[in-house]
Design a protein around this ligand. Structure first.
Ligand code: NAD
Length: 356
């Protein structure tokens, strides 16, 4: 039996999560597997009901499960809530509590969607790499942080800090991942300016000695931001810190045509968290028009990474491809003038191909 905790969250989160629950139930039926799904509120939905973005009970459910899925949190309704109680706080706390220090984001352009990428087909065709972002350290968590003073002398500060041990564990994951792919790692930093990046580079180089069958190159973040647009085909696994990874992975999301196509997995030791890369998309929430394929592909990553159900992971990916090949498109990936299917319709179409 596999126990999965599901946090639908806010905005389009519940709509895409419904497709995920339908898919997991279909997989269970088709393959005679038992998935126990438990749901709980997180983010704005939890603030509305309990006054906090994540209750201890919600966290307990996550800690007691084999894998966690999260739709998305946040929205304008909670924009004025004090920082310590904002919906996004739940996300940071959840990641920290689950000790998921490595965020894996595949950047894979499906051949059926080449025309939806804003880049020219000859540049982006065949784009298939993975970004590994450090998730629980760096400037988002470093101390001291804060603001002080007032008027023109008011100042605000954050601290970018990494220990060698934190860099070592994420870089090691990158080399292990590259071994299952095309055996090339690009480590991204800003070592020409930042001490913390010089430690990152030194540590990555030291860990590389354990992986002589994998090649390593180093790039500055500014150069890398340019190279992923100029020649995305050169990358296999990109590993970088929290801040650089946050920005780079959203930039790369655009290579694939729509943020609605991008899954992610956050892993550490014991726990794993799966979520689409996109946010709660308040502009389309409640209209049944969100693209649930990022969430569905996140479940493929869950089957593969948490449960080692490799064939089922391939089956989900194939089902998504077949649905796209048959010409079905949600609004975000449709050609101009094309008839679109809804979020629930595309969910049904994928589920209909499971177990065939
Ligand atoms: P967003 O990803 O929610 O939306 C950006 C754009 O992409 C919007 O036009 C939206 O309609 C579109 N989009 C996103 N997902 C889509 C999908 N599945 N199908 C079709 N179109 C889709 O980013 P944002 O607008 O910057 O943020 C909205 C809210 O989400 C904010 O409150 C933000 O804090 C939150 N957020 C949450 C997460 C998370 O929970 N992991 C991540 C990012 C942003």
């Amino acid at each position: 039996m596999y126990r999965i905790t599901v946090f639908p969250g806010d905005g389009i989160g519940p709509e895409v999560t419904d497709q995920v629950i339908k898919l997991i139930r279909k997989i269970g039926q088709a393959h005679h597997l038992v998935f126990e799904i438990q749901q709980s509120l997180l983010g704005g939905a939890s603030i509305d009901k309990h006054g906090v973005p994540m209750t201890p009970e919600a966290l307990r459910l996550a800690l007691e499960s084999d894998a966690v899925f999260l739709g998305a949190v946040g929205g304008p309704k909670w924009d004025r809530v004090e920082p310590a109680k904002r919906p996004e706080k739940a996300l940071l706390e959840l990641r920290k509590s689950l000790e998921v220090f490595a965020n894996i984001r595949p950047v894979l352009l499906m051949p059926e969607l080449v025309s939806r990428s804003p880049l020219k087909a000859e540049i982006v065709e065949g784009c298939d790499f993975v970004i590994l972002r450090e998730l629980t350290g760096g400037i988002y968590f470093g101390t001291p942080r804060g603001t002080e003073g007032s008027g023109p002398s008011e100042r605000a500060f954050n601290t970018m800090v990494y220990t060698a041990a934190e860099v070592e564990r994420i870089v090691r994951k990158a080399f292990e991942l590259a071994r299952r792919r095309r055996r090339h790692v690009t480590s991204v930093d800003k070592a020409n300016v930042l001490e913390v990046s010089r430690l990152w580079r030194k540590t990555a180089t030291a860990v590389h000695a354990e992986f002589p069958d994998v090649t390593l190159d180093h790039r500055y973040i500014d150069d890398c931001a340019m190279q992923v647009i100029k020649n995305p085909g050169q990358f296999d696994v990109i590993v970088t810190g929290n801040l650089f990874g946050d920005i780079l992975s959203d930039e790369c999301a655009m290579l694939t045509g729509s943020i609605g196509m991008l899954p992610s997995a956050s892993v550490g030791g014991k726990y794993a968290l799966y979520e689409p890369v996109h946010g709660s998309a308040p502009d389309i929430a409640g209209k049944n028009m969100a693209n649930p394929l990022a969430s569905i592909l996140s479940i493929a990553m869950m089957m593969e990474t948490s449960f080692e159900l490799h064939e089922i992971a391939r089956e989900i990916e194939q089902a998504v491809r077949d649905v796209l090949r048959a010409g079905h498109r949600t609004a975000d990936i449709a050609e101009p003038g094309q008839r679109c299917v809804s979020c629930s319709e595309i969910g049904d179409l994928v589920c209909g191909r499971i177990g065939k």
